[in-house]
Ligand binder design. Sequence first.
Ligand code: KG4
Ligand code: ZN
Length: 353
Amino acid sequence: MLLSIESSCDESACTLFRCEDITPSETIQSVMHDELISSQVKLHELYGGVVPELASREHIKNIPLLVEHLLSKNKLSFRDISKIAVTSGPGLKGCLLVGVSYAKGLATGLSVPLYGINHLEGHILSPFCETPIQNIPDLLPALCLLVSGGHTQLIKIHTIGSYEILATTSDDAAGEAFDKIGTLLGFSYPAGRAVSEAAMHGSPIHPLPLPVQDSVHSFSFSGLKTAAFTYVKKQNFINSVREEKDRFISDFSASLEAIIVRSLVSKTTYFLSNGSYRSLLLCGGVAANRYLRSEIESCAAQYTIPCLIPRPFLCTDNATMIGAVAILKYILNGLNPSNENLQVRARWGLSHE
Ligand code: KG4
Ligand code: ZN
């Protein structure tokens, strides 16, 4: 069995996969045995954002418990683990160190190979989890929109392991914009999901500026954040009666969602029209947003290419996407593991090995 571990930010997670005798007609999902995740959202909510030191301490407590529970609930023991994959970057250094140290200790104790995995690569390959492995090359090159709490990027996936960053954020990420502006509306951190739920009951009637894009290669959401802060302050909605307040929150959420999605979709369309792609992928926490999912699907339909978006559970941080990279990139290709040389890399771009 392959054990994968994720601890780069505020989720502790582990997944078990069958990793022997995988046939090309199988999917990652079909060889995934079981997964467990423990979110620290409630802990960090109090502070309006992730507190790195607290997050690391939680991982220290949670990772061993989760792994032991995952094994015992599947009537397996440590001896059944034949390979280990762990997120080694990018992310919060202390959090990464907890996962990597635990994985290193376990791999050494069991004398099994250890693979260090890039968290972002986990996100961008997650859309392939339900595709038969033999069909993945037919979907490449793919255009991938990665939208998470820390990253907003458009990436050309040439092959598994070969990535070209076409556009990236020059300041805040899309998820950060949802979180910061959502907090202003009274939602607790991380606010993206609550904003999208409120948006379902509202109309996009509030005028928000389309984020300025000084170059085709950059996204920028800090101007939108400032405009939204000024607008919300002027409306003074906190002092309005309950019904009016709820209406403002729903309509403003719908306006915010509409403008962020429009900015993401317009750049995606630009690159689709200027390149030759065989599929369009959407991933990262913000990919759980229903409106974004449907707009990206329409975009792909316009160019008559398949659109692959993971189920919402696989969009936010998880260990299944980490195991998927280990299998697709390393194990199936017989590549060497990292073992005791594995170091954490708090900053680690997708285009660097
Ligand atoms: O990928 P992820 O779990 O963590 C990072 O690696 O950053 O992404 C978390 C981000 C948060 O900003 C959260 O507010 C956002 O994803 N998010 C959403 C939705 N669900 C999660 N944003 C908009 N709509 C959603 N439904
Ligand atoms: Zn992530």
